[in-house]
Ligand binder design. Structure first.
Ligand SMILES: Nc1ncnc2c1ncn2[C@@H]1O[C@H](COP(=O)(O)OP(=O)(O)OP(=O)(O)O)[C@@H](O)[C@H]1O
Ligand SMILES: [Mg+2]
Length: 301
C-alpha cells in the first residue's frame, strides 16, 4: 500500500485551477519533499490530502483511506502542521499540548507521558509554563510539531514548517524529522529551500498546479540531458547576450548568481574553451529549471 496515492487530483477556485490533475505516489516510511514557487498549489494539495478541503475532481487515498469519503478516518490517522502554526499564543506550552491531546482524544493513561515526551523532543524542558507568545520562531515550530504528533500518526504532513525560522533551528527541526522517519513515520513536507529538498528520499516539483517531476534527488539529476558548464561572470546578462550573438551550440543557458549555467552536449565543449568555465553537477535548482522549461515547451506546442 502507498502512503499517499492520487489520481488526477484537481482543485479549482472559480475559473482558477490551483491543483491541476496531480497524480503522485508516496512510499511508506520515506521523506517526500514537495517543492514549488509561491502559489503553485502546495498547500492546496496538502489540505486535500488531509481531508480538510474537498477535491473538485480526481481522487486520492492516504494510508488507504479515501480523501473525499473518509476524511474522519484520515484526520484520526495523520499529523498535520499547517503553514501558519496553529498554536494558541495566550496558552502556555503545556496548555497547548493539553489542548491538542484533547482534540485527538488521547486516553488519560497516556496523556501525561506523551505530553512530556513532546516537551522533551521540542527541547522545551523547563519552559512548560511559559506563554507560547513569548517563544521565538524555532521553539514555536517544534511545539507545533509536537502538538501535531501527540497521537503518533503513521503519516505526517508538514506545510512549510521551516519558513521564517533561523538556520540553526532549521537543522534541529530536520534532525527531528529524520528521527521520525527512521522510526517508520512517512513524512510529506513542503519547502522553498533546495538544500532541504536534497535531504528527502523523493521530491515532487509542482509548478502552476501541475506536478512536473517526481523522483529521488539523484535520479532527477541524472535525467537532465547533456552536461552543465558554469561560467562565472560579473555581468551574466551580458554573457547570455553574447552567447546568443555568437550562436554557440547549447541545449539551454540561464543566469545563476554571478554567472551563467550552460547545458550542452559534451561534443560541443570546444566552442566554450575561451570562457574558462567549469563542469558542475546539476543541483536541484538546475533540475527545476529544466522541467519548468520543458513543461512550457509542451504547453506551447
Ligand atoms: N480558498 C481559496 N480561494 C481562492 N483561491 C485560492 C484559495 N486557496 C488558494 N488559492 C489560490 O490557489 C493558488 C495555490 O495556492 P496554494 O496556497 O496552494 O499555493 P502554495 O504553493 O502553498 O504557495 P506558498 O508557497 O505561497 O505557500 C494560489 O494562486 C492561491 O491564491
Ligand atoms: Mg503554501
Amino acid at each position: 500500500m502507498w502512503a499517499v496515492e492520487t489520481e488526477e487530483l484537481t482543485r479549482t477556485f472559480g475559473d482558477f485551477i490551483a491543483v491541476d490533475h496531480v497524480s503522485l505516489k508516496i512510499r511508506q516510511g520515506g521523506i517526500y519533499g514537495f517543492l514549488g514557487p509561491n502559489g503553485s498549489g502546495k498547500s492546496t494539495t496538502i489540505r486535500m490530502l488531509c481531508g480538510i478541503l474537498e477535491p473538485s475532481a480526481g481522487s486520492g487515498r492516504v494510508m488507504g483511506f479515501d480523501i473525499a469519503r473518509q476524511s474522519e478516518q484520515i484526520k484520526a490517522n495523520i499529523g498535520y502542521m499547517s503553514q501558519k502554526f496553529s498554536l494558541y499564543d495566550d496558552l502556555s506550552v503545556r496548555e497547548n499540548l493539553e489542548f491538542y491531546a484533547g482534540m485527538y482524544s488521547l486516553p488519560a493513561a497516556v496523556k501525561k507521558s506523551r505530553i512530556d515526551e513532546m516537551i522533551h523532543m521540542a527541547g522545551l524542558i523547563g519552559r512548560e509554563d511559559e506563554l507560547t507568545a513569548n517563544l521565538s520562531g524555532g521553539w514555536k515550530q517544534r511545539l507545533a510539531l509536537g502538538s501535531s504528533i501527540l497521537h503518533r500518526p503513521t503519516i505526517l504532513f508538514l506545510d512549510e514548517p521551516t519558513g521564517g525560522v533561523d538556520p540553526k533551528s532549521r537543522r534541529l527541526f530536520w534532525d527531528i524529522i529524520y528521527d521520525l522517519s527512521a522510526a517508520g513515520t512517512t513524512v510529506m513536507v513542503t519547502t522553498h529551500f533546495m538544500d532541504e529538498a536534497e535531504h528527502c528520499d523523493e521530491i515532487g516539483f509542482i509548478f502552476e498546479g501541475k506536478l512536473i517531476a517526481s523522483d529521488s534527488p539523484s535520479r532527477l539529476k541524472q535525467t537532465i540531458p547533456g552536461r552543465l558548464l558554469r561560467i562565472d561572470n560579473p555581468d551574466p546578462m551580458e554573457l547570455m547576450a553574447e552567447l546568443e550573438r555568437r550562436q554557440l551550440p547549447l541545449l539551454d543557458a540561464y543566469v545563476h548568481g554571478a554567472g551563467v549555467h550552460v547545458r550542452l552536449r559534451e561534443t560541443d565543449a570546444a566552442a566554450y574553451e575561451s570562457y574558462g568555465g567549469q563542469w558542475i553537477q546539476p543541483s536541484l535548482e538546475d533540475v527545476f529549471v529544466h522541467y519548468v522549461k520543458e513543461k512550457r515547451r509542451e504547453v506551447a506546442a
